[in-house]
Design a protein around this ligand. Structure first.
Ligand SMILES: CC(C)(COP(=O)(O)OP(=O)(O)OC[C@H]1O[C@@H](n2cnc3c(N)ncnc32)[C@H](O)[C@@H]1OP(=O)(O)O)[C@@H](O)C(=O)NCCC(=O)NCCS
Length: 173
């Protein structure tokens, strides 16, 4: 029987090298494919945007790459040179929040942990917030490994981006 870890059916070894770099227009179709994966949305308690909405949001972000207007710091994650996900800083009210997303076939390889570590080294403004579906145990584990602490937990209604869910808010000070 499989242990509780959500290891892929055929486990891949951890990548040799994980890095992050600024997102470009050429990455946007891959990011959209990641956003549409049903298992990822189920884990995150989210709903994918449609392509016109997604593309126009990314056009706005990439037209303002220093983040003056959008306050977004967008990074793609490379594992052994392949784009496998994203880690972004986005505004949450007056503060900043971190979010990340890994292509399903690469789950369980330690990639999100190392990408978050790199973003926390690069982006040093604190406090930094994160919101996570309460059932997303791997995401909570990643944040707690890097010192985020739970501030609140509440039942949140369905929105354009999220299903009705229990949402945990964390902060790194
Ligand atoms: C959540 C997600 C980012 C994790 O990415 P990943 O690259 O597989 O994560 P990692 O391999 O770096 O780390 C997962 C950690 O969770 C742990 N974990 C896995 N399943 C777990 C479970 N059921 N309970 C507790 N911890 C668990 C792993 O053991 C690992 O911790 P460790 O390093 O101490 O062993 C990925 O599943 C994903 O992209 N999901 C869809 C989008 C999403 O949920 N984004 C986050 C929104 S807040």
């Amino acid at each position: 029987m499989r242990p509780w870890r959500y290891a892929p059916a055929v486990p891949h070894p951890p990548p040799r090298e994980i890095s992050i770099r600024p997102t470009t227009a050429a990455d946007v179709p891959s990011l959209f494919a990641f956003e549409c994966e049903p298992a990822a949305n189920e884990r995150a308690g989210t709903k994918p945007r449609d392509w016109p909405t997604f593309e126009s949001r990314w056009a706005e972000i990439l037209a303002d790459i220093d983040g003056t207007r959008t306050r977004v710091v967008p990074r793609v994650i490379l594992a052994d040179g392949e784009v496998v996900g994203a880690v972004n800083i986005s505004p949450q009210g007056d503060a900043d929040a971190i979010g990340y997303w890994i292509a399903k076939e690469h789950w369980g390889r330690g990639i999100a942990s190392r990408a978050v570590e790199r973003m926390l080294e690069e982006y040093t403004r604190r406090p930094l917030y994160a919101t996570v579906a309460a059932g997303n145990a791997p995401s909570l584990r990643i944040l707690e490994k890097f010192g985020f602490v739970i501030e609140s937990r509440e039942r949140t209604p369905e929105t354009a981006r999220c299903v009705a869910r229990e949402t945990v808010s964390l902060v790194l000070r």
